[in-house]
Design a protein around this ligand. Structure first.
Ligand code: SF4
Length: 280
């Protein structure tokens, strides 16, 4: 069995910055808290939390020390509340996420009604919506038909959204609205991984995608692989690999989401190699 690895593996640069900043932040102190897990990767979360990083559900549960802002960013009200509470803020919002906020605010200042394309329950999207109060949020192509009338709409998109679905939504919006301006804010890393998933999916029979089960970008990579010819499996680590997936299979692709550390992909690869010998 031949294993073809995607060219882009391991952390994206935004997650790499977040993890580095979190490492620095917790050195020598035990009062640093994130809201929600710091990255969508259970192994990384465990490593940071075992070294003292705390996790809370709400800013109201944080009463001392520092609030660590992960790569997704946070709603503006939460930043304001942290200030009111006298908390130190360590901001590790990914620059690509900040760029979405800036683009949305620019479109709003130019008189466009803002449409944010993405999952309204995702922390990144909640943060973006908070920067442009009154914006509409849509998640699917079907949602376009439900949007109210407007003369001008300005569109931004969640950094990890599917490229193909975004193109379909932009096309539908351009038919519905007279003046529609869309800024493609899908981040470069997501873009590259999705292109790579398309390329690899056509070459392999099975695709293994490594990443947290709650990671939006990892889920999209598995979906993309499925719709472009490969049988895809989304796993969080090597223990989930199942020998039966590889029986009679000649080529397998291996890729990872943006919050998966490179060492974990290597472990999965080693386990796949040993299974490959077993099923040969
Ligand atoms: S996936 Fe993109 S936007 Fe999200 S943290 Fe990584 S580089 Fe930043």
């Amino acid at each position: 069995m031949q294993i073809l690895k995607a060219k882009v593996q391991g952390f994206c640069f935004g997650v790499a910055i977040t993890v580095k900043k979190a490492d620095e932040a917790i050195a020598g102190r035990d009062d640093v808290t994130t809201l929600g897990h710091v990255v969508h990767n259970p192994q990384m979360v465990e490593s940071l939390e075992s070294r003292g990083l705390k996790n809370a559900d709400s800013i109201e549960d944080v009463d001392r020390g520092a609030l660590f802002v992960r790569a997704h960013g946070l709603p503006v009200e939460v930043f304001a509340r942290a200030q009111e509470k006298g908390l130190e803020v360590i901001d590790a919002t990914c620059p690509m996420v900040t760029k979405i906020h800036v683009q949305a605010q620019k479109l709003k200042a130019d008189g466009y009604k803002i449409v944010v394309v993405g999952d309204p329950t995702h922390p990144e999207v909640k943060g973006t919506l908070s920067h442009v109060p009154g914006a509409w949020c849509i998640e699917t192509l079907e949602d376009v038909a439900k949007l109210p009338r407007a003369s001008r709409v300005g569109v931004v998109v969640q950094s990890t959204y599917s490229r193909e679905r975004f193109v379909d939504i932009v096309r539908a919006l351009s038919l519905k609205y007279y003046d529609m301006r869309a800024v493609n804010t899908i981040c470069t890393d997501t873009n590259n991984r999705q292109i790579e998933a398309l390329r690899l999916a056509r070459e392999v029979e099975v695709m293994v995608v490594v990443g947290g089960k709650t990671s939006a970008n990892t889920k999209h990579l598995a979906e993309l692989s499925e719709t472009h010819g490969a049988r895809a499996y989304h796993i969080e680590g090597p223990d989930e690999l199942d020998e039966s997936w590889f029986r009679g299979v000649k080529t397998v692709g291996l890729m990872s989401g943006a919050s998966t550390p490179g060492w974990l992909v290597d472990e999965v690869e080693r386990r796949m190699e040993s299974l490959s010998v077993a099923v040969a």
